[in-house]
Write a protein that binds this ligand. Structure first.
Ligand SMILES: Nc1ncnc2c1ncn2[C@@H]1O[C@H](COP(=O)(O)OP(=O)(O)OP(=O)(O)O)[C@@H](O)[C@H]1O
Length: 305
């Protein structure tokens, strides 16, 4: 496993920022860590990168125990913190060369990461002259310098304009997984509160809310096209055999009382058909809601206050 998190908890005073968090990530997976503000994303990332200590639990990154093997860990891990600290007085190439010497990385690698991150046109500029998008690229370039196995990126696209967003997302997607360009299957764990970002970049999403993991799904599971789920509540009992007569019906789940969760094998909105069906059966429809099966729906359902 590339990242293994086992029952990690962290308190700040009386507040529980992380509550028994567990999951694992395989090599080459690009996983989005999604959650509302204050959910605990940065706290977990700081723990995994050795900037904070957990109160309970254990974790390993690139097969290194995060507490016992910190120096090997740093050689296998690239980290882009949320507030990317850069020396703004330095020139881009100079800053990367400085980092390369700190990490004892081959100087040739500086030119390689400049190319990979699209920094060539800005490489001779001072960092404080760069746009936010290019500063983010410098942070990414620095995180990639020592060719780490695992990349942990804390909100890598915050504050970028739409064009930069597209470029940085493509860059991250290209770094992760097994691509022809890198051929190495880097693992990428990135935090965000933007669902479209997860859909654009990730293979899998882990959703955290109030310090607890509330979902862990493959994106392919969430993109099952051609299905819809509708929650319906009638004012009186109806037999399953009667509900089976609804067009496109695939599954009927009884939700207690006179309520049902109906799955249809079509994208066409089936609410009018259910309404007419109830009317024909002499029933009143008390509730009729289409349940989103996509990421947006799942996120709203799981993190609603
Ligand atoms: N050093 C700290 N001292 C006290 N409380 C903290 C500290 N760091 C984080 N917290 C609290 O822990 C909770 C989780 O914070 P964290 O920064 O991990 O959330 P997040 O999911 O990254 O949020 P955001 O999306 O807003 O960056 C928050 O309520 C935050 O206020």
């Amino acid at each position: 496993m590339s990242i293994l998190v086992n029952n990690i908890s962290k308190h700040f005073g009386s507040q529980k920022a992380l509550d028994q968090v567990s999951f694992d990530i395989k090599q080459g997976e690009v996983v989005g860590f999604l959650g509302p503000n204050g959910a605990g994303k940065s706290t977990l990332m700081k723990i995994l990168t050795g900037y904070l200590q957990a109160d309970e639990g254990e974790a390993s990154v690139a097969n290194c125990d995060i507490e016992k093997q910190t120096s090997i860990l740093q050689s296998k891990l690239g980290y882009l913190p949320e507030h990317n600290p850069l020396y703004s007085e330095m020139y881009v190439r100079e800053y990367l060369q400085f980092n390369a010497s700190v990490y004892k990385t081959d100087k040739h690698r500086v030119e390689e990461v400049i190319r990979i991150t699209g920094l060539s046109p800005e490489a001779n500029k001072k960092i404080d002259q760069l746009s936010k998008g290019y500063r983010q690229r410098v942070g990414l370039a620095a995180a990639l310098l020592h060719d780490p196995e695992v990349l942990i990126l804390d909100e890598p696209t915050t504050g970028l304009d739409p064009n930069q967003l597209v470029e940085i997302r493509a860059l991250i997607k290209g770094i992760g997984g097994e691509t022809e360009e890198n051929g190495k299957g880097k693992t990428v764990f990135l935090s965000t509160h933007i669902m479209q970002e997860v859909e654009a970049i990730c293979d899998r999403v882990i959703i955290i809310d109030k310090g607890k993991i509330v979902a862990d799904r493959k994106l392919t599971e969430l993109q099952q096209k051609g299905e819809q789920v509708i929650f319906v509540e009638f004012d009186y009992k109806i037999e399953n055999v009667a509900l089976q007569r609804l067009p496109h019906i695939k599954d009927i789940k009884s939700m207690g009382g006179f309520a049902y969760e109906l799955t249809f094998d079509t994208q066409e909105d089936m609410r009018p058909a259910i309404f007419d069906f109830a009317h024909d059966m002499g029933l009143k429809t008390l509730q009729l809601n289409r349940k989103a099966k996509n990421l947006e729906g799942l996120f709203a359902e799981l993190t609603r206050k």
